[in-house]
Design a protein around this ligand. Structure first.
Ligand code: FEO
Length: 173
């Protein structure tokens, strides 16, 4: 493994963010479990897939650090929120998580800019684009759940949610 050449602030921001991505994976898995228990199988699959994507996001950062001589330390994750009163609460929680994640990604990029760390800047371009997609599907999810006003329309949405959000949520992670 090469000796680390990362600026300290970029290193600390990447470590923080990759652990945040793992925490998001846990968060989505918890939402998937909640949906499965409500017999919302489409939503359960959708959130399970999001959990996988968040792990892939952490993996991209882990690989970047390894390539630059750092074996990132994984932290203990807090228990994710798993109590929801409604599907709308789940959707709003997903949206809030993505909005918070965008702030985290931007903080890494700002550290990379300040340190003139060009490799980290290029890495973060991918994440900045990804967050546009992540926030787009989260906003669409909230709108669609709000628009499903009866049990029948919620059930219909559950059947189609993966396909409806595929343009954003199913893109290569
Ligand atoms: Fe890693 Fe949902 O962004």
């Amino acid at each position: 493994m090469p000796k680390s050449l990362l600026p300290p602030k970029v290193l600390s921001e990447l470590k923080r963010q990759l652990n945040h991505e793992l925490s998001a994976a846990q968060g989505y898995l918890a939402m998937s479990v909640w949906c499965a228990a409500q017999n919302q199988k489409g939503f359960a699959r959708f959130f399970a897939k999001q959990a996988g994507e968040e792990r892939e996001h952490a993996g991209k950062m882990i690989n970047h650090l390894v390539d630059r001589g750092v074996a990132a330390k994984l932290e203990a994750q807090p228990a994710p929120r798993q109590d929801f009163a409604s599907l709308l609460e789940v959707a709003l929680h997903a949206q809030a998580m993505e909005q918070a994640n965008t702030q985290g990604i931007n903080a890494v990029f700002e550290a990379a800019l300040a340190a003139k760390d060009y490799p980290a800047q290029v890495l973060m371009h991918w994440f900045i684009n990804e967050q546009v997609e992540e926030e787009a599907w989260a906003a669409e999810l909230v709108d669609r759940v709000k628009g499903a006003s009866c049990a029948g329309s919620v059930s219909d949405l559950d059947r189609h949610v993966e396909k409806l959000l595929a343009g954003d949520g199913e893109k290569e992670g």
